[in-house]
Design a protein around this ligand. Structure first.
Ligand SMILES: [Zn+2]
Length: 211
């Protein structure tokens, strides 16, 4: 078995040299995954996929992890020069919403990536229970995030590759007819489609593990 690879990146602020590292899953781990209906892939054993976005713990700068140049990579432990590198700080849902309003978001793609990451962050708490157990305030933000993502994906018209995701987003909002309408437009994915359809017909609006 090969160990996952560690990547080193630097905080993007020009006046901050803080180093961070994250772990790239190797092929061994990629074979051992679970897929959920929102598109989230969980690695097994407990190897967490690195976060889409993070925030420097020293200067507070937000950044997209994939947009930062990798300055070094290691198979095992870090060499002395990079020993000060810390794991990427995880963002709270409030911080992710705040990030949406910053100049880090430069285009439509950035918005979609962040709204999807917010969706994953909400679903993190309910992936296995199948129950949306949010506080009233969280529930408002949960549905606001989904509505905004639908708006972006539908404007000016939906890309066919997003019909499956749109079907799921409408299902989370309990808009069963819209969910089934989008599902009808999806080509392939027959097994997954059948499971979404069954969930709609059963009045189930929760994310689920794709069998
Ligand atoms: Zn920084």
């Amino acid at each position: 078995m090969t160990d996952p690879e560690k990547h080193i990146i630097k905080c993007p602020s020009l006046v901050c040299n803080e180093l961070y590292y994250y772990v790239i899953p190797r092929s061994f781990h990629i074979l051992m995954t679970k897929e959920f209906s929102d598109g989230y892939i969980e690695f097994i054993p407990e190897l967490k996929k690195y976060p889409v976005a993070s925030r420097c713990g020293i200067c507070g700068r937000f950044f997209f992890v994939d947009k930062q140049p990798v300055i070094a990579q290691f198979q095992h432990s870090l060499v002395d020069e990079f020993n000060s590198a810390k794991p990427l700080p995880a963002l709270s849902i409030e911080e992710l919403f705040y990030m949406l309003s910053t100049d880090i978001i430069t285009n439509r793609h950035d918005k979609i990536v962040l709204h999807r990451f917010i969706l994953f962050s909400f679903h993190k708490f309910v992936r296995y229970s199948g129950k949306l157990n949010f506080s009233p305030q969280e529930e408002i933000l949960y549905y606001e995030n989904i509505s905004k993502l639908i708006e972006i994906l539908e404007w000016p018209h939906a890309n066919p590759k997003n019909y499956l995701l749109l079907s799921e987003l409408y299902r989370y909002k309990k808009m069963w007819d819209k969910s089934l309408e989008s599902l009808d437009r999806v080509e392939g994915h027959e097994n997954f489609k059948a499971q979404i359809k069954a969930a709609c017909l059963a009045g189930n609006s929760a994310v689920f593990f794709v069998k």
